[in-house]
Design a protein around this ligand. Sequence first.
Ligand SMILES: Cc1cc2nc3c(=O)[nH]c(=O)nc-3n(C[C@H](O)[C@H](O)[C@H](O)COP(=O)(O)OP(=O)(O)OC[C@H]3O[C@@H](n4cnc5c(N)ncnc54)[C@H](O)[C@@H]3O)c2cc1C
Length: 478
Amino acid sequence: MSNSDPIIVIGSGAGGAAVAYKLVTSGHNVLMLEKGGVLPRDGTTMDVKRVMKEGAFKNKELWVNGQNQEFIPGEYYNLGGKTKWYGAALLRFDPHEFLADDDHQCLAWPFGYQELAPYYDEAEGLLSVNKFDNEPELQALIDRIVKADPRWKPDLLPLGLKREILNDEQEAKHFDGFASACGYKSDAEWSLLDKIRDNPAFRLETGKTVNGFLHADGDPARIVGVTCTDRSTYTGSAVVLAAGAMTSPRILQDYLMDTRLEETLPSTPLVGANFKMHLNSAVIGFSPFSNQDVLRKTAIIFNEDYPHSTVQCLGWIDGDILGSELPAAVPKFVTRAAGKRAYGFFVTTEDGSSPDNRIVSCGGAGRPLMDYDLQRIKPAAREHRRLVRAFITRLLAAGLVGADKYMGMAGTAHALGSMVTGTDPAASVVDADGKVHGMTGLYVGDGSILPRSSRVNPALTIYAWGLRLGRHLGAQAN
Ligand SMILES: Cc1cc2nc3c(=O)[nH]c(=O)nc-3n(C[C@H](O)[C@H](O)[C@H](O)COP(=O)(O)OP(=O)(O)OC[C@H]3O[C@@H](n4cnc5c(N)ncnc54)[C@H](O)[C@@H]3O)c2cc1C
């Protein structure tokens, strides 16, 4: 690898931005190609009507599920990727979540927690990870829950939010599912890309959709660049695929098919396989009284009866936000009254890996396919159902009437694991350093590589993986 040829990074979400940040700050040239554009910082990304009702910033591309039914997944194509919209709950996976768990169909990482620990430290620093005290009504509710049943164990939620957010009610009420206009929420753009944007070693091209790779003469397994849908091409010393777990495997599948590498590469059947996205349900608890808490998303609750799951608070809810999820026929005064009394929770269960749960490109000939069936991961589906029921019962005992909604196929916020890392080329797609098994010059830097989804949100682990990959590529180039 020559130090002057850029390393090409495809995609600017958690993984791509972390790889680029690490490389550029250690003196290496990076060319970042991002499909989307730069989001405005004029406040429109916090406008409930634009964001939630109209879905103005969301992907509009249709996919099909395993039953050939069309749906639009909750993907976002913009600089910073999905981190612009995330709730910034930035948690580490637990050390035991780097090991296999056969009963829950969980694969092992090729290394243990200690290997990622220094990159978790670095990511937490870069993203200003903080904990905030629970506000009065949430604390009172948690106290009632724990008093009635101490198996529910609350903790403060690590958040990528700056303290100043508490002085800006608009931002404090609109960070979970919205993009910050002032940078109080730490995302891949504000916290990583802005820090390298003016560095001469960094070049960013937005509006560039990568659709394939360039290879060395006569050797399709040696990648030397990329091609884009607008027919532009770029060469580099290495290529990092970080277009997200629903897109990266499709780009590689198409390339393997076009070059017939699929016939010889042992990992081919696993590209797109083992797809995970957590089982996520929203639970809304309605109390007889209006709520005054603003930030809200400050607590996480564990319960060892549900070891692969957690319950987190959601951010601010009001009549407008609630109304955007309800049919338009529901009168405004009803949604307003309900919104004032609503407290939101997010129930998350780790989904195990099934090779049949997969992302398939369809070679541009048809709609992309997300074949994901809970029947293939029954232990996870069982635990999730039990937990949702138990939590609603617990809320009722604490004075709140709960209603739940499973996020379903379109709820791809936590899309993961479609090109897992591992040591065995017949059981994984990339090695422990992120290089695609059997290929040269091609690495994966996004959430596709996660062998396990864990019981918590994935972004901090993706940032940490990206920083580690950036360090590895930088060391190789020296
Ligand atoms: C509403 C919401 C709330 C969330 N809340 C949390 C949370 O609280 N905590 C947490 O840990 N996680 C959360 N997440 C998930 C988190 O945002 C993702 O796990 C994370 O962003 C994934 O990072 P990534 O790099 O794998 O992919 P992405 O962030 O999706 O980045 C992929 C990038 O590649 C670009 N791209 C796609 N195709 C191409 C192409 N062909 N060519 C070039 N570029 C391309 C995309 O535009 C995008 O910028 C949330 C997500 C959403 C949507």
